[in-house]
Design a protein around this ligand. Structure first.
Ligand code: C5P
Length: 305
């Protein structure tokens, strides 16, 4: 059987507006996603006996905590394969091999990325031929960020993050990511958000006009000033040392600095590659920072490679 290989990017949220918790436990979001050049790879090899297996490889274990990624039915890539199989009625199995580069529990949607990649890879390996639109419907069932990771580029996310729509954007941006020593659970950060907001009224979330204007103009400096994240206080409450990381990047001249999604990865906008190097060098002294990576965005979503 010919294996299908898929490359899938990480995501960042240029803004992350979070509303009051819904009855189903999720929070309404108003976000702008950007896919960035930090890729996982998923290889799918069909098997006749119907079994679904997964193996996870990481070259940089310290950064990706690959040991924390389940190699059983809890793996989101396995869930994606099962969902596609149920939807199409195919009776084949698959061996999934994941090469992890995106930090685990880093606020960059690493698990969701693998699920998006597994959908595309299995669709190819099994010859099930679902359209991109049909895959997006399955993606939304797997997790809030999965539809965007199929899509890539820049997009507005609403609902619980799964409803994506186009955004007018130009320019390519230089990012520096500070990876933390230990991941943070997304659910725990949202729970802390709720705890901190007990007794206060949380407004419905909105994408800031200044951010949309900066993206339309391709203006990195304006974009840096417009970055925002409503989960900051909750993530810093769980990981106070991240405040130091953000400050070091700002002192090094970053155009903007926020946590990525629910954290703990911190992201910094640089004006060019050399500026990114300066910021990366300064972050080397941050106690909460395990590794620093330079990256570019936007990039395409999950694609056969
Ligand atoms: O959708 P996903 O499985 O990625 O979300 C992980 C967890 O993050 C959810 O179980 C929920 O606790 C929290 N979450 C949320 N509101 C969102 C997205 C995620 O509360 N919009």
């Amino acid at each position: 059987m010919t294996p299908a290989n898929v490359r899938v990017p990480a995501k960042i949220n240029l803004c992350l507006g979070v509303g009051p918790v819904r009855d189903d436990g999720y929070h309404p979001l108003a976000t702008v996603y950007q896919a960035v050049d930090l890729h996982d790879e998923v290889r799918a090899t069909a098997r006749e006996d119907g079994q679904i297996t997964v193996a996870v490889h990481a070259e940089l274990d310290a950064r990706t905590e690959a040991a924390d990624v389940p190699e059983d039915d809890d793996n989101l890539a396995v869930k994606a394969a099962r969902l596609l199989r149920d939807r199409t009625g195919v009776d084949l199995g698959v061996d999934l091999a994941i090469r992890k580069v995106i930090p685990v529990a880093g606020g960059m949607a690493g698990g969701s990325a693998d699920a998006a990649a597994a959908l595309v890879a299995c669709n190819e390996a099994w010859g099930t031929g679902l359209s991109r639109a049909a895959l997006e419907v399955l993606a939304a069932k797997l997790g809030s960020d999965v539809p965007f990771l199929l899509h890539g580029g820049n997009a507005i996310g609403s609902g619980r993050g799964e409803a994506i729509s186009p955004v007018l954007a130009r320019g390519s941006y230089h990012w520096v990511f500070a990876m933390a020593h230990q991941g943070l659970s997304t659910a725990a950060v949202y729970a802390e958000f709720d705890r901190l907001n007990v007794g206060s009224t949380v407004a419905d979330p909105q994408v800031p006009d200044a951010l949309l204007a900066a993206l339309r103009a391709g203006d990195a400096e304006a974009l840096g000033g417009a970055l925002s994240n409503d989960l900051t206080e909750a993530a810093l409450s769980l990981r106070p040392e991240l405040e130091d990381t953000l400050e070091i990047g700002i002192e090094a001249g970053a155009l903007g600095a926020i946590l990525s999604g629910s954290g703990p990865t911190a992201l910094f906008l640089a004006s060019d590659e050399q500026h990114g190097l300066d910021i990366a060098f300064a972050l080397g002294s941050a106690a909460g920072c395990a590794d620093v990576v330079q990256s570019r965005g936007p990039v395409p979503g999950a694609r056969l490679s």
